[in-house]
Structure formats: C-alpha cells, structure tokens
Ligand binder design. Sequence first.
Ligand SMILES: [Zn+2]
Length: 125
Amino acid sequence: MRKTELQRFRKMLEDEKARVMRSLAQHEKIIKHTDDQSGLELGKAHSNHMADQGSDEYQYETTIKFANTEGRYLYNIEEALGRIEDGSYGKCQDCGKAIALPRLKRLPYTRLCIECKEQEEAQQA
Ligand SMILES: [Zn+2]
C-alpha cells in the first residue's frame, strides 16, 4: 500500500476513534445519571414516575448495549491503528493476502479479507 494511502486510512481511523470516544463519554454520563436517579427513586414513597420507569430501564439497557458495541468497535479501531504502526495494515490477518481497497475504505478497521470474513461468518452460523 502506498504511504499516502496509509496516511489517509490513519486519518480516517483517528477521526473515527475520536468520534467513538466522544459518544462513549456521553453514554457514560447517561449511565451514571440513571444510576443516581434510581437511588433517589428508592427514597420516594409516592412516585409519580411509575409509568416512566419502564422506559428509563429500557433506555438504560440499550445504553449499556450501545456502550459495549462501541467499546468493541473502539478496540477494533485501535488494533487497526496498531497495524498501521507495525506495517501489517491492509493485510488479511488470516490468509495474509492484501485486503481489497474498496473494502478497506468501507471498513477501515477490518482485519480480514472478504473471503476469510465470509468463511468466519459461515462457521459462526
Ligand atoms: Zn483472508
């Protein structure tokens, strides 16, 4: 892969990493906030918020799920940045062949070529 191309992928990955970290920080706030509120709710004898509790809980759960997914995503991005550093970026971690550029442009953090990815998915299914 050409150096200019590699630089472009590094930039894409770094931008994406910054975005995910911002979004995770925001979700962490929601999680903490929800925890604080449920602490307060316990002290209230007559809660007017019974109807809201279900949706709060739902939001809390989706927030945690989202944080987990984004956390994994962030990990993949960091791994890809590491591969740019050690020079293995753009190569399939399984078969060692170069990953097609259009695939990398769509998924800059991917570590498998399309053939190996499909094989992996077929095994999981
Ligand atoms: Zn492969």
